[in-house]
Design a protein. Structure first.
Lengths: 113, 113
């Protein structure tokens, strides 16, 4: 399940669920086993595993099984891709507003006919 | 449809679709009418309106109807909330790595018994 190609559809889909966001939040404080991740949630282990699968398919987390324990960890580079996509659009908007501001300031400075 | 409360589930859900991301991308370059937004897509107007509804419900865009034209614009503050949620988790992870690095450096400096 390692080396998934990052995919914005799957990333944002993975982030659209409160349980999966809580898992990402927990993992931002360090790697965790599947049972540790399951603990705060009143849901069956298969349901937890399904959420983890969605996170892993999106590339936001990876997991490794050593012996009988599967350890999950966050992939900050994939999180960064999702963040960057939003940031690029937000800054494009700000730059546009700045240019509009400059244009209005320049026109205000021009002598009236 | 104005003054929707921002909701991370709806925001990330809205961003999980390539058509809706293309609309956000277009709107980052300035407001647009519904028909302008529809132009690049080979889909029916009702399908376009449904995507816009999802964007508007998420708070990522707002629209205003003047006469017969509905103009859509991006809401950078809502985009910022989604971006910030990701950023907070990513930086929590980096800080943890930094602390781990400091700890390892300190232990390496200690004289061997």
């Amino acid at each position: 399940m390692l080396n998934q190609q990052p995919n914005l559809d799957l990333m944002f889909q993975a982030l659209a669920d409160p349980t999966r966001r809580a898992m990402i939040d927990r993992l931002s404080r360090g790697p965790a086993s599947v049972s540790e991740l399951a603990k705060p949630f009143a849901m069956s282990l298969p349901a937890v595993v399904q959420h983890l699968q969605a996170l892993e398919n999106s590339g936001l987390v990876t997991s490794q099984k050593v012996g009988r324990v599967r350890t999950v960890q966050i992939q900050p580079d994939t999180l960064s891709l999702a963040e960057q996509w939003i940031n690029d659009r937000r800054t494009a908007w700000s730059r546009r507003l700045d240019r509009l501001g400059d244009f209005l300031a320049e026109t205000a400075d021009e002598p009236q006919p």
